[in-house]
Design a protein around this ligand. Sequence first.
Ligand SMILES: [Zn+2]
Length: 197
Amino acid sequence: MHNEGYIKFDLQWEKANFIFPDKLFLEMNLFRKRLFDLGLIGMYSDGIGFGNVSIRIGDTNLFIISGSATGSIPNLSKENYSLVTGFDIDKNTIYCQGNTAASSESMSHAALYKSNQKINAVVHVHHKKLWEKYLNNLPTTPKNAEYGTTEMANEIKKLANASEGVIIMGGHEEGIVSFGTTLEEATNRIIKLYNTL
Ligand SMILES: [Zn+2]
């Protein structure tokens, strides 16, 4: 067991509207839908949703992310998104605002935005075949760094300058993260990999 140092995820959620420009909303839905249509964002047969997209707000470390438990929805409404207004990686705490809560996977997104100012968009998808094919062949986080933990965020940080812009989450089965200067770039990086299957 590798639970040393594990800190329970703490979500400080203010259920309130935030300013979400239409342009940003449409961009997020456009690229999310491409991933959804390929099954990279979706829902398992047990009803658990997976996958999310986020975009950095200007030159801050704040970002808008598709909300918790929205994986099954083909086209999201603004209410399905959350604004991450702050985070503390060491305390595994996320502060967010919106009608939907940010997921614990927001911490992986936060780690990337904090570590590399050139990153403006992050995508997290699940795909078993893709994950198995690229596990340890692309930059991969260690198996003992589990999903939603400070350890995972710290391992992600170390790979925030990976030139491929793709990170395989060794301790989060099927989990893959990509990033880019735009959401289009982050999305295309995953789709390019998908097309190698
Ligand atoms: Zn995941």
